[in-house]
Write a protein that binds this ligand. Structure first.
Ligand code: SF4
Length: 293
């Protein structure tokens, strides 16, 4: 049987994947906006327990498992030898396995060497989800992300050099009104430097139990309206110079669902956002109660 501890989180694109909780919590756990693992103390699970869980799933659905997502927030920070053995067990159990993915914090990318990432990629770990959040240093500091934009680019380049695909997230609204434009443009600059395979946006939303929530309670968070977020998204997409990426804003936190392939669909996305901003009375934003937060 699969054993899950606490609330499980996974990216929207892992909805069909087997979720295996290789680690519990996030080893960093300091980002001001993140409520996911506040109640968990980080630890790596025992390989034997995980092997038993893999065997129980394989007994029922050996041929059905094509994708595996390694939870929780920061599985990449576990020792490379542990991850390698876990990947070998997954490949041995599921003959149709096509990819294994996990969240990768910038801190985990600092710890893992390029050679380790390359070795793990060869054993199946081919995609990392990286929360860039912003390319603006002041915004990154406010979010307590723990790295600046230059370091974000450096660690992402290690993964790139190791042949690992990256799926990156940007947090719309994270700069408030004053830094909205700069946040959009600097975030695009960093994404352009990284050239991830997938780019997505989420909307920064204060969630109870986080430092961001406390800041919002004290009136210190300048939350953007849906229209202002659309304007920020427009600036972000307009500044993207990507060679071959998939863009999505389909996370539940978004007021607008936008998707396309870049660079092919960039002009169409920007034109659609311009049309929306020109006629805001026609805009159909997701109501906040349906945003799943
Ligand atoms: S690194 Fe990721 S999982 Fe960890 S606290 Fe920050 S946003 Fe949350």
């Amino acid at each position: 049987m699969l054993h899950y501890e606490g609330t499980l989180y996974r990216p929207p694109s892992e909805a069909e994947s087997l979720i295996l909780q290789a680690t519990i919590g996030c080893s960093y756990n300091e980002c001001t906006f993140c409520a996911m693992y506040r109640d968990k103390r980080f630890r790596v699970r025992k390989l034997d327990e995980l092997r038993a869980e893999i065997a129980s799933v394989a007994a029922r659905a050996r041929d059905d498992v094509r994708k595996v997502f390694l939870a929780d927030g920061d599985a990449l920070v576990a020792k490379a030898a542990f991850l390698g053995e876990l990947l070998d067990a997954l490949r041995a159990a599921f003959p149709n396995l096509q990819r294994v993915s996990c969240y990768a914090s910038p801190q985990a990318l600092q710890v893992r060497s390029e050679a380790e990432m390359s070795e793990l990629r060869a054993r199946g770990l081919t995609l990392y989800y990286l929360g860039i959040e912003s390319g603006h240093d002041e915004v990154l500091t406010r979010l307590a992300k723990g790295v600046d934009a230059a370091e974000m680019i450096r660690v992402a380049a290690k993964a790139h050099a190791a042949g690992v695909k990256l799926s990156t997230m940007i947090l719309l609204g994270a700069g408030g009104r004053a830094l909205s434009l700069a946040h959009a443009r600097e975030s695009a600059r960093v994404v352009n430097a990284i050239q991830p395979r997938f780019v997505s946006t989420l909307v920064m939303t204060p969630v109870e139990g986080t430092p961001l929530w406390e800041q919002a309670e004290r009136g210190e968070v300048d939350e953007l309206t849906p229209l202002e977020l659309a304007a920020e998204l427009r600036e972000f997409v307009a500044a993207l110079e990507l060679e071959g990426s998939v863009f999505r804003s389909n996370h539940a936190s978004n007021y607008l669902a936008v998707a396309g392939s870049l660079p092919k669909d960039k002009r169409a996305i920007v034109a659609a956002l311009d049309a929306l901003l020109a006629r805001p009375e026609r805009a159909r934003f997701r109501p906040s109660w349906s945003r799943g937060l």
